[in-house]
Design a protein around this ligand. Structure first.
Ligand code: C5P
Length: 406
């Protein structure tokens, strides 16, 4: 589990979004974290300590005078073994208090008294005007400068009936953000373009040819790259998956559309990772109208033409421009070691990731082999997100060396 062994101090301040904190608390526990809830007085107007105690499995603290801590120093003891403080929801008033070093309740006092290296993460939740008010924005800028990390806020409909920035992120998004906060930022400042999923090649308006790619590996790579600090653009064929939090996604259907979307976005990218299972051929004589079944039993005479090879096109461009650093995937059905090495050479790319197609398509875990100019390295069977994180580390190491020669 992603948060196994992590101790999280979950701070709640006053806001309607407290109802989401209950779900967040449960999600954190399910992900393996132990959660110590600390609530302000205002938070207890929105949700009770009873609920948060039941969900976290630990007594909730709210008063700096709480006698349950042996030395009566809850404001010190609570953070000393913690791995992060997450304030969700974080009100406009609590941002003000953090920005000014206030310490007039337990939560603000423990934030001021926290060890310097302990991450302080905040998920703002407030009315759009309160968020946009220059006073709040001054506090936000000050806190960012002080190293406080902001999760959101998101834009959308608000409990007050107004619409705009200020909504707290959803519990699942906050969980993803927190998990990401613990990942090494090996791709900080890098722009990464990724293709994922299958393509769909139309035969007529209601039929087409596709393949068994689920998109899971490409989406895992996109999430891992974003966790590592990169700005990620994901160009995806049809899948049932939600875009990872913080990843920008462009949806396409056909190989040609994927090609066009990639070529429109490739400028300025540091890395291109082609994970998509792109159809090699498209139907050259696709019908504009639905084809009718014939009474005489005759079948359509489909003609095929080759799709552009997106990876090879980008790799050829890289040989002139130096960037992006190209990573390909190869799904083979046999003899992966020989085919993988040969495919890397043929595509003209520095790194190729090989896997056995029918062992990975639709699965949650995989085994991959990395092929580069020094030979191959096997990354043993693991869930796709773990493999994607390892791959991202491998890419970052090679990228550092690659940059030296550009
Ligand atoms: O040649 P093959 O299809 O096996 O190569 C697989 C790699 O090339 C993958 O990285 C895939 O995303 C990419 N590819 C592509 N455009 C194609 C075919 C494959 O980008 N038309």
């Amino acid at each position: 589990m992603d948060l196994t062994g992590k101790k999280i101090v979950l701070g709640l301040t006053g806001g309607v979004a407290c109802y989401k904190a209950a779900e967040l608390c449960r999600a954190l526990s399910k992900a393996g974290a132990s959660v110590q809830v600390v609530m302000t007085d205002a938070a207890s107007h929105f949700i009770t300590a009873v609920t948060m105690q039941a969900l976290s499995g630990q007594p909730v603290f709210s008063s700096q005078w709480d006698p349950r801590v042996d030395n009566n120093m809850a404001h010190i003891d609570i953070t000393r073994q913690a791995d992060a403080i997450l304030i969700a929801p974080c009100s406009a008033d609590f941002l003000r208090k953090l920005a000014h070093g206030a310490c007039d309740d337990l939560l603000s006092t423990l934030c001021l008294a926290k060890p310097r290296m302990l991450p302080l993460l905040v998920a703002p939740a407030m009315n759009v005007e309160m968020w946009q008010n220059p006073a709040t924005q001054r506090n936000v800028a000050q806190l960012r400068e002080d190293g406080v990390v902001f999760f959101g806020p998101a834009a959308g409909a608000q409990a007050c009936g107004e619409v705009g920035l200020g909504r707290m992120l959803e519990a699942q998004q906050l969980l993803e953000e927190l998990i990401a906060a613990f990942q090494p930022k090996v791709l900080a400042g890098k722009r990464i373009l990724i293709t994922a999923g299958p393509t769909f090649e139309a035969i007529d308006p209601v039929r087409g040819i596709t393949n068994l790619s689920s998109g899971k590996m490409g989406y895992a790579v996109a999430r891992a790259a974003r966790e590592a600090g990169a700005e990620v653009l994901l160009i995806s064929g049809p899948t049932a998956l939600a875009a990872p939090h913080g990843v920008q996604r462009i949806n396409v259907q056909s190989a040609q559309q994927m090609h066009d979307a990639v070529m429109a976005a490739v400028d300025g990218q540091h890395v291109f990772i082609a994970v998509a299972a792109v159809a090699d051929w498209r139907v050259a004589n696709a019908s504009e109208q639905k084809m009718k079944k014939k009474d005489d039993g005759s079948v359509p005479d489909l003609k095929f033409e080759q799709n552009p090879d997106i990876l090879a096109t980008v790799a050829a461009r890289t040989s002139l421009a130096g960037y992006p650093y190209c990573v390909g995937f190869a799904a083979e059905s046999e003899n992966l070691l020989a085919f993988g090495a040969a495919k890397r050479e043929k595509k003209g790319i520095p790194l190729l990731v090989g896997n056995i197609g029918h062992h990975t398509f639709g699965q949650d875990d995989n085994t991959i082999i990395l092929f580069d100019e020094n030979g191959h390295t096997i990354l043993p069977r693991a869930d796709k997100l773990s493999l994607a994180r390892q791959l991202v580390c491998e890419i970052s190491k090679r990228l550092d060396k690659y940059s030296l020669f550009q």
